[in-house]
Write a protein of this length. Structure first.
Length: 140
């Protein structure tokens, strides 16, 4: 099974939402893909999952089991394991990837889904959902 890696800062909000949406719809479509998520700086968030994401998944009837149990720091083996690597916000994450994993920057896709302190969840979460569904449609 091929894997998609979603990367964000805290592995608390955006990447966990993308992971859950991807895994849910991949299972519904019987795709041979799964997703996992990691954070570049998980010390910047507290708790395992943003309450906003918990609520957004419930609203979409996506089981919490479609995302990991807790936040995890990104490692080189994670990057190696993934077939596709997506960082959720170019402006925020590209410098972090470049600093921590310089040999991987050109192998990571960078989306434009800013964090909650920059853009409202009502804007960002539907954007992430649309991008994830487009990605799924492009995969065999």
């Amino acid at each position: 099974m091929s894997r998609v890696l979603f990367i964000c800062t805290g592995n608390y909000y955006r990447s966990r939402f993308a992971e859950a949406v991807f895994n849910h719809h991949a299972a519904l479509q019987a795709k041979h893909w799964s997703a996992f998520s990691r954070g570049l700086a998980i010390h910047m968030a507290e708790g395992d999952l943003s309450p906003l994401i918990h609520a957004a998944l419930q609203d979409r009837q996506i089981p919490l089991e479609r995302t990991g149990a807790t936040r995890v720091t990104l490692s080189a083996p994670d990057l190696e394991e993934a077939s596709i690597r997506i960082a959720l916000d170019d402006a925020e994450h590209r410098p972090m990837v470049r600093d921590r994993f310089p040999h991987w920057e050109d192998r990571v896709r960078f989306w434009e889904a800013p964090d909650a302190h920059i853009a409202a969840p009502e804007e960002v979460l539907p954007l992430i959902e649309r991008l994830v569904l487009e990605l799924l449609d492009s995969l065999n």
